[in-house]
Design a binder for this molecule. Structure first.
Ligand code: AP5
Length: 214
């Protein structure tokens, strides 16, 4: 299965992608996670990406496409992948089509999750992530058993730099202007499903699985 998950910041793409990856045993590819790792390592890619990410802006298409081509063509992705947070612009979607064409591959499904802006802001303001394994928590809806400590690996839980209120609003605006046009793009290709991202984590997961299995 080659699946793309699209949706505004905080809708739950990362949370749902991790659950789907476990259920269907296919890897999650999160451009956000890869870029944050590059920033933490201080790599050349990380240095270029940092200033955009800190402001909640998109990293330039050329950089992200290079990263995706390197990643999706690795052997461990032969049986499929879940793209989380990519593509985010029309040029990225066109670039992905070219990469897949070159390797004789195609997308099976693009799932868009929708959510009210007020819920998005609330979810992001109370998100915490594990610095070691990337597990995602929420202080209100999905808290860890012990404050500040990851249930899965014991790592430290941190708040992302781009989860500050002013950056959250910028990210939502950028989603509307640059990413929402992908809804028409993929609808035109007949691979799009638009699903409600509200409700509990398990309810949203069930909705996505029903859609994929129908
Ligand atoms: P990225 O990491 O992709 O951020 P994003 O798209 O803004 O999405 P988030 O990770 O913030 O949210 P999510 O939808 O994954 O929600 P989550 O599951 O965590 O990108 C970060 C930055 O990197 C970008 O701004 C950009 O600079 C750069 N970048 C990345 N990809 C790029 C690309 N392709 N091109 C250019 N630049 C790129 O959930 C959020 C919270 O809600 C958590 O606390 C979770 O526990 C909770 N939650 C989830 N689901 C539910 C639920 N159903 N009910 C209650 N709580 C829930």
């Amino acid at each position: 299965m080659r699946l793309v998950l699209i949706g505004p910041p905080g809708v739950g793409k990362g949370t749902q992608a991790k659950m789907l990856a476990e259920k269907y045993e296919i890897p999650q590819i999160s451009t956000g996670d890869i870029l944050r790792e590059a920033v933490a390592e201080g790599s050349c890619l990380g240095e270029k990406a940092k200033k955009y990410m800190d402001n909640g802006e998109l990293v330039p298409d050329a950089l992200v496409l290079e990263l995706i081509e390197e990643t999706v063509t690795q052997d461990q992705h032969d049986d499929g992948f879940i793209l989380d947070g990519f593509p985010r612009t029309i040029p990225q979607a066109e670039g992905l089509d070219c990469i897949l064409d070159r390797h004789d591959l195609a997308l099976d499904e693009v799932v868009v999750l929708d959510l009210d802006e007020s819920v998005i802001v609330d979810r992001l303001s109370s998100r915490r992530s594990c610095i070691d394994c990337g597990a995602i928590y929420n202080l209100k809806t999905n808290p860890p058993s012990e404050k500040g400590v990851c249930d899965k690996c014991g790592g430290e839980l941190i708040q992302r730099d781009d989860d500050k209120p002013e950056t959250i609003h910028n990210r939502i605006e950028i989603y509307k202007n640059q990413t929402e046009p992908l809804i028409d793009y993929y609808s035109g290709k007949g691979v799009l499903s638009r699903l409600d991202g509200s409700g509990s984590i398990n309810e949203v997961q069930e909705r996505i699985r029903e859609d994929l299995e129908s």
